[in-house]
Design a protein around this ligand. Sequence first.
Ligand code: GUN
Ligand code: ZN
Length: 428
Amino acid sequence: MIKVYRGELLHFLADPEKVGIEQSYEYFKDGLLIIKDGLVERMGDAEDLMPSLATDTKITHYKDGLIMPGFIDTHVHYPQTEMIASYGEQLLEWLENYTFPAERCFSDLSHGENVAEFFLTQLLEAGTTTALVFGTVHKQSVEAFFNIAQQKNLRMICGKVLMDQNCPDYLSDTAQTGYDDSKALIEKWHNTDRLQYAITPRFAPTSSKAQLDKAGELLAEYPDVYMQTHLSENLKEIEWVQELFPTSKHYLDVYDQSKLLSRRSIFAHGVHLKDEECARLGEMHSAIAFCPSSNLFLGSGLFNLVQAQKYNVNIGFGSDIGAGTTFSMLSTINEGYKTQQLRGDKLSPYQSFYLATLGGAVALDLEGTIGNFMPGTEADFILLDYHATPLMDRRIKHCSNLTEKLFILSMLGDERHVKATHILGEKI
Ligand code: GUN
Ligand code: ZN
């Protein structure tokens, strides 16, 4: 089945930081996106491609909007949807007071399905079509999430939290049960339809060395499974990790010693990393999820994007709901820009739209599958509307080039500006 969309088209081919802005993207003022059986067949200039279509081909023409690949959220907690915007604390107290009690309810499969349905609807409305997602310690939380994501035919990655110390009893597993439950979930769900599994130790303080080692064993058994965790988010957290793991060289080394660094390992935050840690992440081709909305909300700090880029670390954006305060990648880019301003660094709109699309795909080792419109990629894409709000409508009239348009979209945009989301070519 062929589907054809016409309109202003943008996608990235490479990291602007590495190849220069001009080489990093393709843009067609009047473009055509040709999709066959849910995959991109070709894209390019409408005038050039029109003659190749059968004369009776139906074309959906999106006028005055921007078609681009769906956003990729490389770090988010679906069970924290209902405790977003919890007041007054930084990381460790925020976890104790708000997060753990909210996660308790996910022992119930139907509660998980209810929240997953709402969460995925919010993500899609914000234009995010793929995410790397935390469940809770309960196996059912991941069953619930995958059930709903499967019904919607989404490309999603999720994992059961591993947590066997420094947490409430009601949220605790053991090294063995965590391993067994994760393994059962991998066997059932990993590479089922568009779903993939991530081994998910919450963070070093809540896992014993035995549990982290077991997680590393599991990763060695299933090398194409993901690993997700948190790293170096908050200064008190980092001190605590040093106390709990006195023989580790630094925070990352705790995970490294348990063999948790791979091409498919994604570490959330990394706000306070040493050069040595960045170098090791780069060497292992692991990724950092840059979560500016969360880092500002919890007062964690300002991510050093320049440092991570210097060491060739793969980077994607993360909303980190419920420490982050928005599902929207446009708003996340907005907050990211401001964190870099506070550091005295400039985040160009090309760099941020790259990170929100192809950069996220590279971070998740899914380049060639999602993230741009190269032939054969899955046709998950969105239509951004320059006129969805009166303010953007007014501002956009004063703008003369793509750079300005992208910057305005990211500074003034949010879910209201996502006019349509398509999954495998189908508008949903
Ligand atoms: N560190 C450990 N758990 C969490 C969590 O749920 N959210 C954030 N932001 N950081 C964490
Ligand atoms: Zn998180």
